[in-house]
Design a protein around this ligand. Structure first.
Ligand code: HAS
Length: 546
């Protein structure tokens, strides 16, 4: 059971960022309108294109995901490790995250931090943006540290038992987060903040980029792993069956600890300061990090098949029809299942990006946002929406007021995100740049830059983007209607996250402890990052003023 004293903390962690997501998604819809040429201006309703793009990225990809990971983590650790969360520390963590978000919001909304969510130099923000980001991250660390004494206590009290898989997944998520945020903390505190305050004349831009991208890829697993926790521990139960193999779930989480970080150079294949040998090494390691996702694909597919067959499914493929795709009682199912379907394409396009040669064709084109909307805006966003709805209604002691509408959201979102990405993939292959206000240039028919061949991709993208906006509007209709319904404290007391039993419940000593995997991860980071770092530091690049 989730600690009663923790309910308010978790509710704020889920609902506050969702509220901000209204702005985040609004600026997403505006993006497709600017890019398709529907809006032909540098600003709309007083908010500049790059200001809106920064708000879109920071709110959706940093604020929402961090709050959700902490809130969901609090719920999982509290439930699976017998009240394993220190409530006082969780409150301090939440306070820091809220203050940080508010502090960073001011420069974003006043146009003083148009630095995008990848905020490395030479783009410079107001100092409060960096201070806010630091507070947000430190708040998430404090929340993580609040679980460690409870974990130790649980292990001491249950020496014969395996740590519950959901807790293993949450710890793996935050071990990765702890490791990957250290270099970016250095970048922000030592490089960007003093520069933004005017205390230093400039920064080493190349170093700033390297440190940011060290953080940038493990960041995506910080987004993804809470979703994998749901795939392994919630989805099989929703499908009416069991997790096919407990061991493979543990192995995937441990493998991510080792493989998430030593590969960030795949974002920097065009970086002149690093030689191609290290980029090739990072490309190879990137292909390797797909393995735990492939393990997940097969294990979760087997679990779904088991569930469907329990419900009477037959045949080689006909059992798919027995999954609860349209069951209003199990409206959470499609939020997770459609995420998996979307991720097949998100993962495949990631492998294309990672292939060193092919990356040159798609880098910095609209192909890249097409890829990442099939990952972070696919499985991750859908799972965040579904689980936030499920958890917040459960903790508040209310029923879902419109289960059919709740059920429609993931399907509408999937249609939207597939349409959006199809347009952007097509455009990317035809050279359409990302992060560009096309309505002011290439998609303005009166401009001599006009590219009529780029119209089709961006128009399809705009249709998809508007469908995604509609799906989120429907989601908020369900959330608000449900939260306004009559509360039952009995229902809130009885609420618990669904937990799947294991079909094969193997006990393999190699995946019992985090320590050897963390050590292997640190060694992998040192081997893959120290030589490029030395190259960058030996480059003697003059500081850039920005
Ligand atoms: Fe990525 C760029 C490579 C995964 C997010 N990525 C980005 C950016 C973001 C992002 C935000 O190598 C842009 C950053 C920026 O602003 O510049 N990515 C990969 C690879 C993977 C990958 C190899 N990315 C993700 C995930 C993300 C994410 C996850 C967010 C959550 N990505 C790249 C590269 C770039 C990049 C380059 C830089 C490009 C450039 O030039 O800038 C892998 O981890 C993917 C492995 C996944 C799979 C899929 C497994 C499938 C599953 C579903 C099974 C389905 C079932 C249901 C069971 C191999 C688990 C069956 C149902 C049926 C109906 C059949």
């Amino acid at each position: 059971m989730i600690q009663k004293e923790l309910r308010a903390v978790i509710l704020v962690e889920l609902l506050l960022p969702l509220l901000l997501t209204i702005f985040g998604v609004y600026h997403g819809v505006l993006q497709v309108l600017y890019r398709s040429g529907v809006i032909q201006d540098t600003a709309f309703l007083g908010i500049d294109y790059y200001q809106g793009l920064t708000a879109h990225g920071v709110i959706n990809a940093i604020v929402l995901t961090t709050f959700f990971a902490v809130g969901f983590g609090n719920a999982v650790i509290s439930q699976t490790l017998d009240r394993g969360v220190s409530v006082a520390s969780a409150r301090i963590g939440l306070a820091l995250m809220v203050i940080g978000t508010l502090v960073a919001a001011w420069p974003i909304f006043t146009g003083k931090a148009n630095v995008l969510y990848t905020f490395y130099a030479p783009l410079k923000a107001h100092p409060l943006f960096y201070i806010g980001v630091v507070l947000l991250v430190v708040g998430s660390w404090v929340s993580f540290w609040a679980w460690i004494p409870g974990y130790r206590r649980w292990r001491k009290n249950h020496p014969e038992r395996k740590t519950p898989l959901a807790a293993v997944g949450i710890f793996a998520t935050f071990i990765i987060w702890q490791i990957c945020t250290l270099p970016v903390a250095y970048e922000v505190i030592v490089q960007l903040l003093p520069w933004s305050l005017g205390w230093t004349p400039g920064v080493n831009v190349v170093l700033s980029r390297l440190l940011f991208w060290f953080f940038g890829h493990p960041l995506v697993y910080f987004w993804l792993l809470p979703v994998y926790v749901m795939y392994y521990t919630t989805l099989p139960r929703l499908a009416g069956g069991k997790l096919y193999s407990d061991f493979y779930g543990r192995l995937a989480f441990m493998a991510f600890i080792v493989l998430s970080a030593p590969l960030g150079l795949h974002h920097q294949f065009t970086e002149p300061a690093v030689s191609s040998g290290y980029k090739l090494l990072h490309a190879a390691l990137t292909l390797l990090v797909a393995v735990p996702s492939l393990i997940t694909a097969f294990t979760v597919a087997a679990s779904l098949e088991h569930g469907a067959r329990q419900e009477g499914g037959r045949g080689l493929f006909a059992w798919w029809g027995r999954l609860p795709h349209f069951d209003p009682q199990r409206w959470l199912f499609p939020y997770l299942f459609m995420g998996l379907v979307i991720f097949i394409l998100g993962g495949l396009t990631g492998l294309i990006n990672a292939s060193y040669g092919m990356n040159a064709i798609v880098h910095n084109t609209s192909w890249i946002p097409a890829h990442f909307h099939l990952t972070v805006a696919g499985p991750v966003f859908l799972a965040i929406l579904g689980m936030s709805l499920y958890l917040s209604l459960g903790l508040a002691g209310v029923e879902c007021a419109s289960p059919r509408a709740a059920l429609a959201v993931p399907y509408l979102w999937t249609l939207g995100v597939f349409t959006f990405s199809a347009g952007l993939f097509y455009g990317g292959l035809h050279g359409v740049p990302r992060r560009t206000n096309l309505g002011m240039s290439f998609l303005d028919s009166t401009s001599n830059l006009y590219r009529p061949d780029w119209v089709i991709g961006e128009s399809i993208g705009a249709v998809g983007g508007c469908l995604m906006g509609l799906a989120v509007a429907l989601f908020f209709y369900v959330l608000i209607r449900s939260l306004l319904a009559r509360r039952s404290s009995q229902a809130a007391d009885a609420f618990a996250l669904p937990e799947s039993a294991a079909y094969h419940d193997e006990d393999v000593p190699a995946v019992r402890n985090f320590a050897p995997w963390v050590v292997a991860g640190v060694v992998a980071i040192l081997l893959s990052y120290v030589p490029p770092l030395v190259q960058v530091l030996n480059g003697n690049y003059p500081p850039a003023a920005g």
